[in-house]
Design a binder for this molecule. Structure first.
Ligand code: 3NM
Length: 221
C-alpha cells in the first residue's frame, strides 16, 4: 500500500495517449517524472483515446513501470478493473462514474481513492468518508482537455470549497504556469494538469514552473 501525504498532490500530471499521441506518450511521461511530478494519473478518455483493451493495458503497464522507477504513485482514472488487474496505486473517479461503489471496492484492495467534486453538495457527501483519500476540485479555469467540463469555478470559489475539506485537495482545469501562483494561494495541496505539461515545448521547465509557488513558500518558512 502506498503512503499518502499532502505533498503527493503537489504536481499531479494527468494524461493519456489522446493528449500526447501514442508515439510520444511514454517519452513525455518520463520527462515529467524526471522533472519531479509527484503523482501521475493514467486517463485514457475522450476523443482520440484508445478503445482496444489490449492497447490500453500495454500503455498502462508501461506507464506504471516508469512511475515505479521514479517512485511516483500511479493512479488510474475511472477504470477500476484495469487498476485491480495491474495493481495500480490508486483510482480517481468522477461524479458520473458510479463513484461510491468503485471507491469502496478500490479501498477494500488497499488502493488510494480520489473523487472529483464541483459543488459544495458533492463535497459534503464526501465528508466523513474514511474510504476516500483526496478530492479533485475543478475546473478552476476553462479547459480544452475535457469535453464535458463544467463551468469554471474561479479561485475564490476554489478557496471557499478547499476550506471546507479535511481531505487533501488538488485543483484541476485550465491551470498553467501563468495562473498557478493564484491557485496555490487558495491553500490547495497541489495542481493537476494535462495540457500545461503535455503541450509544453520544454517539459522540465513547465513542471518546475508549476512547482514554484510551493517551493517558494517552503523556502520562506
Ligand atoms: N477534469 P487541462 S478538468 C481531467 O473539472 C479534467 O474535474 C476536470 O486539463 C474537472 O489541465 C480536466 O489541460 C482537464 O485544463 C484538465
Amino acid at each position: 500500500m502506498t503512503n499518502i501525504s499532502r505533498e503527493m498532490f503537489q504536481t499531479y500530471l494527468v494524461a493519456g495517449t489522446q493528449n500526447t499521441g501514442m508515439d510520444d506518450f511514454l517519452n513525455i511521461l518520463e520527462q515529467a517524472l524526471q522533472a519531479g511530478i509527484t503523482c501521475f494519473q493514467f486517463r485514457e478518455k475522450g476523443a482520440g483515446s484508445l478503445q482496444d483493451s489490449d492497447a490500453i493495458l500495454k500503455y498502462a503497464t508501461a506507464a506504471q513501470a516508469l512511475c515505479r522507477h521514479y517512485q511516483v504513485p500511479f493512479i488510474i482514472d475511472d477504470n477500476l478493473d484495469l487498476a485491480l488487474q495491474i495493481n495500480a496505486d490508486g483510482i480517481h473517479v468522477g461524479q458520473s462514474d458510479h463513484p461510491w461503489h468503485k471507491i469502496e471496492t478500490a479501498k477494500a484492495h488497499g488502493l488510494i481513492t480520489g473523487l472529483s467534486c464541483h459543488t459544495e453538495q458533492e463535497l459534503h457527501q464526501s465528508h466523513n468518508q474514511p474510504i476516500l483519500d483526496y478530492i479533485g476540485i475543478g475546473p478552476i479555469f476553462p479547459t480544452n482537455s475535457k469535453e464535458d467540463a463544467k463551468p469554471a469555478l474561479g479561485t475564490n470559489r476554489l478557496r471557499f470549497l478547499t476550506q471546507q475539506s479535511e481531505l487533501p485537495v488538488v485543483a484541476i482545469g485550465g491551470i498553467n504556469q501563468e495562473n498557478v501562483a493564484q491557485v496555490a494561494k487558495t491553500t490547495v495541496d497541489g495542481v493537476a494538469v494535462i495540457s500545461a505539461v503535455t503541450h509544453a515545448t520544454d517539459i522540465a521547465q513547465a513542471v518546475q514552473a508549476l512547482q514554484k509557488p510551493w517551493h517558494r513558500s517552503t523556502d520562506e518558512n
